[in-house]
Design a protein around this ligand. Structure first.
Ligand SMILES: Nc1ncnc2c1ncn2[C@@H]1O[C@H](COP(=O)(O)OP(=O)(O)OP(=O)(O)O)[C@@H](O)[C@H]1O
Ligand SMILES: O=P(O)(O)OC[C@H]1O[C@H](OP(=O)(O)OP(=O)(O)O)[C@H](O)[C@@H]1O
Ligand SMILES: O=C(O)c1cccnc1
Ligand SMILES: [Mg+2]
Length: 565
């Protein structure tokens, strides 16, 4: 049922994308159809009623959306999902059928006037401040600050958290794989293992933002304009058992001329190559696999990539691929490379590269030496780091399960807390110091050092003067009195911009490519010890002296004094 709904909504969205008439077409690109006001927890709506009943409809609230700990035992996070939050505000309203559903579901004691109130509700009185999407962010610094009527701001909580948590987790995961892989190509292959259809689409979108180069997910390619890439599966290879399964063997040379029997050419090459491989005779090599390669090469003469691990990489896949690749070369074509999906990926990539170099030299075919070697098979961040340590010749990783399910940490813990109501700061206390919220409306600044690296994020009360370049600023740990430092910033970046105000988007929303570039640029501002995989250095987040005093005074005011007896 849900799947059907998603399909219909996405198609509707696609029609909007194509339309040239609507001025907001560009902004709507990629809008997820299931994001709507009822995509929330019931308690938001019951709270809304209770707020309304107790005359709090006009109260002015400030909520902060933030997380307390970086994911994946890391010390950084990439903020993503903002565009979806802004688009959600743009279309926030309860439809007649939403209201009817709520009437049939909520207790019958709820007054009808509340439903009238809900049906007129919109986000026009909300102001949304946010850090730029794609920025590197840190614990306790709010990613979003939501200001406006308490009821509406409250009703946004679950949806905003849903939109930010997975998007940011996924983008962060992808950025970590990017660090591990350096300049090598990264393809996302996770749709089959993703958390349902919407999880799959989000995974493709945010892994691209985080630094992947492409996806196998065709719908994501269409909706988000992500490059789609792919090879073939083992089923294609095993669907051929021998030469007799091959009905088309003929391929016309690239530059014209008589069509040639590709199977015959490849078989001749295979006979010639046998002494170079770990095989006794060409009879030992799998003929079904050769037939499959020949047929795939005929189907895609300019994009031929072969999956070579179905039977045995060294005794079958590699010799068969080289035979077809050399036959293709004879006809003027240039295959792309191979994919290895099992076994020791470091070793097999080295064996394959050695073989390509040998053949490239022997037959004087320079591109042969640079054929792409793609590796897949349950790869995660640690596998890549380990492969790097061992040495390998892989050019491209195809990564599915571990990437899209964020197996190392399946959720980011963003929370949404009320920090001010009607101009008065609010504070949620906790036994755990780490969970105490920093009260009041705040501004956030990033202070940079001379080298261009980010030094510290500083939270201030919103009415404080901003820190200035080349002026000493006292930065305090929010909870540990003795931890303080003077910082003389070379550059000060104000982190919040207003994205939504007076019922309108008031900041140009960057496209996916721009967000992706932002991730890259933002990651560059982080010192490498903060980004390393093992025991990274924590990045500092501080409060101003005034905010420190304010926070601790309010804490003392609110914390009950216990009595020992
Ligand atoms: N050189 C390597 N260093 C570290 N990890 C590796 C290396 N080569 C492969 N791996 C990883 O080791 C795991 C091997 O998986 P597994 O034990 O299922 O073997 P397999 O090669 O898939 O076997 P099968 O042929 O039965 O499919 C994969 O997660 C893969 O990414
Ligand atoms: O391993 P992942 O990181 O999830 O990457 C994608 C995997 O999906 C495909 O095969 P699938 O796992 O469906 O079958 P196989 O392992 O039996 O080939 C592909 O061959 C990869 O192995
Ligand atoms: O194109 C591929 O090689 C691919 C796509 C999805 C999953 N595994 C592999
Ligand atoms: Mg697999």
């Amino acid at each position: 049922m849900i799947h059907l709904q998603i399909t219909i909504k996405i198609e509707t969205m696609d029609e909007q994308q194509k339309s040239q008439r609507h001025p907001s077409v560009e902004r709507r690109l990629g809008q997820n159809g299931i994001v709507q006001p009822l995509l929330t927890d019931l308690y938001q709506i019951t709270m809304a009623y209770a707020y309304w009943k107790s005359d709090k409809a006009e109260d002015q609230a400030v909520f902060d959306l933030f997380f307390r700990r970086n994911p994946f035992q890391g010390e950084f996070t990439i903020f993503a999902g903002l565009e979806e939050c802004v688009k959600f505000l743009e279309k926030f309203s309860y439809s007649q059928s939403d209201i009817e559903y709520l009437k049939s579901t909520l207790p019958s004691t709820i007054e009808d006037e509340f439903y009238d109130f809900l049906s007129t509700l919109s986000a026009k009185d909300i102001t949304l401040y946010a850090i730029e999407e794609g920025s590197v962010v840190f614990p306790r610094v709010p990613l979003l600050r939501v200001e406006g009527p308490l009821i509406v701001a409250q009703l946004l909580e679950t949806t905003f958290l849903n939109l930010v948590n997975y998007a940011s987790l996924m983008a962060t995961n992808a950025a970590r794989y990017r660090i591990a892989a350096g300049e090598l190509k990264l393809l996302e292959f996770g749709l089959r293992r993703a958390q349902g259809p919407d999880g799959g689409l989000s995974a493709s979108k945010y892994s691209y933002i985080g630094g992947f180069d492409g996806t196998s997910n065709v719908l994501a390619g269409k909706l988000f304009n992500i490059p789609v890439r792919g090879t073939h599966g083992h089923a294609y290879i095993t669907s051929f058992t021998g030469f007799s399964d091959l009905h088309t063997k003929i391929l016309q040379p690239k530059n014209g001329g008589e069509p040639q029997d590709l199977l015959e050419l490849a078989s001749n090459w295979r006979n010639e190559l046998v002494p170079m491989f770990k095989v006794v005779s060409s009879e030992e090599i799998n003929n079904g696999e050769l037939a499959a390669f020949v047929s795939f090469a005929i189907a895609f003469p300019d994009q031929f990539t072969a999956l070579i691990d179905t039977y045995d990489v060294q005794r079958s896949g590699l010799p068969n691929f080289c035979a077809v690749a050399l036959a293709m070369h004879e006809l003027g074509y240039q295959p792309l490379g191979i994919r290895i999906d099992s076994g020791d990926l470091a070793y097999l990539s080295i064996v394959s590269r050695d073989c390509f170099i040998k053949l490239g030299n022997k037959y004087n075919i320079p591109w042969f030496k640079e054929l792409t070697i793609m590796a897949s098979n349950d790869i995660n961040e640690e596998t890549i780091l380990s492969l790097n340590e061992q040495g390998h010749k892989i050019d491209c990783f195809g990564i599915g399960t571990h990437l899209v399910t964020c197996q190392k940490q399946p959720a980011l813990g963003c929370v949404y807390k009320l920090v001010e109501l009607n101009g008065q700061a609010r504070m949620k206390l906790s036994q755990e110091v780490n969970k105490v919220t920093i009260p009041g409306k705040k501004q956030a600044y990033r202070l940079y050092g001379e080298s261009g690296h980010a030094l510290i994020d500083l939270l201030q009360k919103s009415d404080e003067d901003p820190p200035q370049t080349c002026r000493k600023v006292l930065c305090r740990h929010p909870f540990e009195e003795s931890k303080r430092a003077f910082v003389i910033p070379s550059k000060v970046e104000k982190l919040y911009k207003a994205y939504w105000k007076d019922g309108k988007i008031c900041e140009t929303l960057p496209n996916m490519q721009e967000i992706r570039d932002r991730v890259k640029a933002s990651m560059k501002t982080l010192r490498s010890d903060i980004k390393r995989n093992l025991n990274p250095t924590p990045y500092k987040v501080a409060v101003s002296d005034r905010l420190y005093s304010f926070l601790h005074e309010l804490w003392l005011e609110n914390a009950p004094i216990g009595e020992l007896s």
